[in-house]
Design a binder for this molecule. Structure first.
Ligand code: 5GP
Length: 177
């Protein structure tokens, strides 16, 4: 069924069952890969809150989760925008860190944030993303655990917004062309 979010119309794209199957598959892999370890999940707000919650419920090894926001502000012309992490209170030094992101689009956000984390010397650093728009890549990012490769079209729902709205839709919908 079509849904209206503000002035745009969206059509079904990934249903509840598909999403939860993908998350179960990702969690199973993480549970196996991190057996004997105590990873620290870092979920990037706002978009990843539903995904992080559903994924974390399926993690069976001892694990911590921390939620951060990335704020970008304009730097000088030569540096472009600069990203700062807000709310990272857990020390990542020598931790096995898993970044939880809703969607990797151009890769710019993570390409700026990951080096900042690496600077704090985690033992390991991996990326878990529910969605990846491969065709939109401008800054290649290695995604270690991925839900779906999707076409370069705007999506909402399951935590993802259009101008702040649509996050409460319980499936992922694509903009109607
Ligand atoms: P990137 O830095 O990889 O270009 O963009 C990542 C961020 O852009 C995501 O965390 C998300 O907030 C936003 N984004 C990219 N594509 C979409 C989309 O199709 N729908 C929504 N709602 N947000 C998107």
């Amino acid at each position: 069924m079509k849904k209206q979010v503000l002035d745009k119309t969206f059509v079904p794209f990934l249903g509840k069952a598909e999403i939860s199957n993908a998350i179960a598959r990702m969690a199973e892999k993480i549970n196996a890969d991190y057996d004997g370890k105590k990873p620290l999940f870092i979920a990037i707000l706002n978009g990843s809150f539903m995904f992080a919650s559903d994924l974390f419920k399926k993690i069976e090894i001892p694990a911590e989760i921390s939620f951060i926001k990335l704020a970008s502000y304009k730097g000088t012309k030569s540096t472009g925008s600069v990203i700062t992490a807000i709310g990272l209170e857990t020390d990542v030094f020598e931790r096995d860190v898993i970044i939880v992101e809703d969607i990797v689009d151009t890769g710019k956000t993570l390409s700026e944030f990951l080096p900042q984390l690496i600077h704090q010397q985690p033992r390991s650093l991996k990326v878990c993303a529910l969605l990846h728009k491969k065709e939109a890549t401008r800054f290649p990012i290695v995604i270690d655990y991925m839900g779906f490769e999707i076409p370069n079209l705007f999506v909402v729902g399951y935590g993802l917004d259009y101008n702040g709205f649509g996050r409460n839709i319980d499936e992922i919908m694509q903009i109607a062309e």
